[in-house]
Design a binder for this molecule. Structure first.
Ligand code: C2E
Ligand code: MG
Ligand code: MG
Ligand code: MG
Length: 286
């Protein structure tokens, strides 16, 4: 049997490969269990508008509360989930959970924030627009409060098909953003055809600002592309005041990063939103 690690085939694999496969299978089984046992959860990282300093959105980021290993970051299971296809079920859960949370926040009278959900290439299929629409309807959410973040790896698949799906999602009124922009296979010729709202400058560029001239040049270039294509631009991974100042002067619209807030549990995010609202009312009264 192909790829199996049973019987005679065992000898074929090196000890390391065998261990690697066992580790993968262990994580995969665990992740299936996590899905059905409610071990996944979402954290919410606020996104700030530079001009006003206000929270204008949040990114939902999945974590796995593992009974033995504690809180496992997505880097340790999303790549595997992508390789096995399990990411489709994870993605369904994430969208459902994010919309349920957005509904709770709106019912609690919180100012609406646009909630962004990461979508893997494997999830970007013909059934996605319909699933997004029915999920929004189920929670009574207006489409403009949902954003989908897609990476360049999504765009490496059949590009016409992908553009078709993007168009359907955009037609619903749901916002699309291009995540980790500049790290993948940039097809600038297609960029103008994507119905996207926002480019996200990857943390690997933000990190070098303002000392690394190359990172500064790349960030400036992405900002300028976004401006000329009439997209918004957000920088992720902003950790220092110097980075913020550079981005502000370069015309970046929004920022996300530890300088402002780490990803928060739902309750903590709600608290941050209340302070946000208080600050807003304060500045209006002033
Ligand atoms: P991403 O979509 O680019 O998300 C941004 C990552 O940068 C998050 O890591 C966030 O916590 C981290 N980050 C934000 N600001 C800072 C900062 O100032 N400094 C540092 N050092 N890090 C910062 P996280 O939550 O570990 O997620 C990693 C990646 O896992 C995400 O990158 C995304 O590609 C993937 N991911 C997370 N949640 C989901 C999900 O629900 N579905 C899918 N398909 N992928 C997800
Ligand atoms: Mg993202
Ligand atoms: Mg990103
Ligand atoms: Mg990133």
């Amino acid at each position: 049997q192909e790829g199996g690690a049973e019987g005679d085939h065992v000898a074929f694999y090196s000890q390391d490969m065998n261990q690697g496969m066992q580790e993968r299978m262990r994580i995969e089984t665990g992740l299936r269990h996590a899905l059905s046992n409610g071990e996944l959860l979402l954290h919410y990282q606020p996104k700030f508008e530079i001009a006003s300093g206000r929270i204008i959105g949040a990114e939902a980021l999945v974590r796995w509360r593992h009974p033995q290993r504690g809180l496992v970051p997505p880097a340790e299971f999303i790549p595997l989930a992508e390789a096995t296809g399990l990411v489709v079920q994870v993605g369904e859960w994430v969208l459902e959970q994010a919309c349920a949370q957005a509904q709770r926040w709106q019912q609690a009278g919180l100012a609406p924030v646009r909630l962004a959900v990461n979508v893997s290439a494997r999830e970007f299929t013909a059934s996605l627009p319909g699933r997004v629409q029915t999920t929004l309807q189920r929670y009574g959410l207006a489409p403009e409060w949902l954003e989908l973040e897609i990476t360049e790896s999504t765009l490496m698949n059949n590009i016409e098909r992908v553009i078709g799906i993007m168009d359907q999602i955009a037609a619903l009124g749901v916002t699309l953003s291009l995540d980790d922009f500049g790290t993948g296979y940039s097809s600038l010729s297609y960029l103008k055809r994507f119905p996207i709202d926002t480019l996200k400058i990857d943390r690997s560029f933000t990190i070098g600002i303002p000392d690394d001239a190359n990172d500064c040049a790349i960030a400036n270039t992405i900002i300028s592309i976004a401006q000329q294509l009439k997209h918004k631009v957000i920088a992720e991974g902003v950790e220092t005041a110097e980075q913020l100042e550079f981005l502000r002067q370069s015309g970046c619209d929004e920022v996300q990063g530890y300088l402002f807030s780490r990803p928060l549990e739902a309750d903590a995010f709600e608290l941050a939103m209340c302070k946000n609202l208080a600050a807003e009312q304060g500045s209006r009264a002033a």
